[in-house]
Ligand binder design. Structure first.
Ligand code: KG4
Ligand code: ZN
Length: 337
């Protein structure tokens, strides 16, 4: 383990404060997670039915120093032993990104170590390979609260966006529809839980833009809004199952179409919505039908965390890359090609 580097990464792009420490690859063995902590702010934002940027930013300031202390203790690493500091630099909420990036830059300058600015989407899309040494070409579906994107991944840093949402992200659709149904936040897990007992064929909900490589979910939300006042009796489980199936159908169909178009042997899925068991099951089955390998990460790596940011940073550091500390955060940061 003598030559492997150690990275500390912060993720504060939205409402989760996360810090992780990762030891880089040693010979043929992949990187090893030494500590990863996430402080969720769900309780603070739940009463508003969504994330309030000002509240998120203030909470990052409270949680980050506490988590930094905890991960170094867990990893049994002194902060001076860290070889590089990384943070998510976008996309996300400006006031949230600023906190993690400022801390990582401050530590990098203070300890005279490299700083790495990491794209949040790159963190997600590399997460199915977490800890591995090789990133195989794949069609990657990134589905979260803020993003729905299919990407052709040639390797680290070589990305071609195939399709993206033209309105709501898949997770945003889950969250907004859950709110219409009076369910809690975040809505995805709530809808999945209710859908388990429901009939997904009871309501015929729209599958928008079937011929496009892009995605659209706002029509689904509107359809549910108009459907609800017409319903009586017991409908919640059936609406949830029908909504979930409408979203899963579109994601599976477009991902398989992209895999065929780009002639890949591998499909990956990441981001918070990829925790959804129906999505995993149906995408995995569809991939099997096409003789394409399917890969995803464990659920804890799919929702926002700093381990995926540390992993992306480690792959870059091992390729000799680092960022300038003058590099600004960018709330609209595009995926580099
Ligand atoms: O990746 P993530 O933690 O944050 C963003 O980068 O946005 O994703 C959060 C999103 C939320 O919209 C949440 O409702 C959704 O992921 N989500 C799910 C499930 N678990 C989380 N959606 C559907 N089914 C789930 N089980
Ligand atoms: Zn995310």
């Amino acid at each position: 383990m003598l030559n492997s580097k150690i990275i500390l990464a912060l993720e504060t792009s939205c409402d989760e404060t996360a810090v992780a420490i990762l030891r880089g690859r040693n010979g043929h063995s992949g990187s090893q997670l030494l500590a990863s902590e996430v402080a969720s702010q769900i309780a603070e934002h739940e009463k508003f039915g969504g994330v309030v940027p000002e509240v998120a930013s203030r909470n990052h300031l409270v949680h980050a120093p506490r988590l930094l202390e905890r991960v170094t203790r867990e990893a049994k690493i002194g902060i001076s032993q860290i070889d590089a500091f990384a943070a998510t630099s976008g996309p996300g909420l400006a006031s949230s990104l600023m906190i993690g990036a400022s801390i990582a830059k401050g530590l990098a300058i203070g300890f005279g170590k490299p700083y790495l600015a990491i794209n949040h989407l790159e963190g997600h899309l590399l997460s199915p390979f977490f800890g591995e040494t090789e990133i195989k070409p794949n069609v990657s579906l990134v589905v979260s609260g803020g993003h729905t994107m299919s990407i052709f991944v040639r390797g680290v840093g070589e990305y071609e966006v195939i399709g993206r949402t033209v309105d709501d992200a898949a997770g945003e659709a889950f969250d907004k529809i859950a709110k219409l149904l009076g369910l809690g936040y975040p809505g995805g897990p709530e809808i999945e839980r209710c859908a388990a007992k429901g009939d997904s064929k009871r309501f015929d909900l729209p599958r928008s833009m079937p011929e496009s490589e892009n995605f659209s979910f706002s029509g689904l939300k509107t359809a549910v809004r108009y459907l609800l006042p017409t319903l009586g009796g017991d409908f919640l489980a059936d609406v949830c199952a029908s909504v979930q199936q409408a979203i899963v159908d579109v994601l599976v169909r477009k991902t398989i179409a992209a895999a065929k178009k780009f002639d890949v042997d591998l499909v990956t899925v990441s981001g918070g919505v990829s925790c959804n068991r129906e999505l995993r099951k149906q995408l995995s089955k569809a991939c099997k039908g096409q003789r394409v390998e399917f890969k995803t990460a464990e659920a804890w790596l799919c929702t926002d965390n700093a381990a995926m940011i540390a992993f992306a940073a480690m792959l870059k550091l091992e390729n000799g890359a680092s960022s300038n500390v003058t590099e600004e955060i960018d709330p609209n940061l595009a995926l580099a090609v």
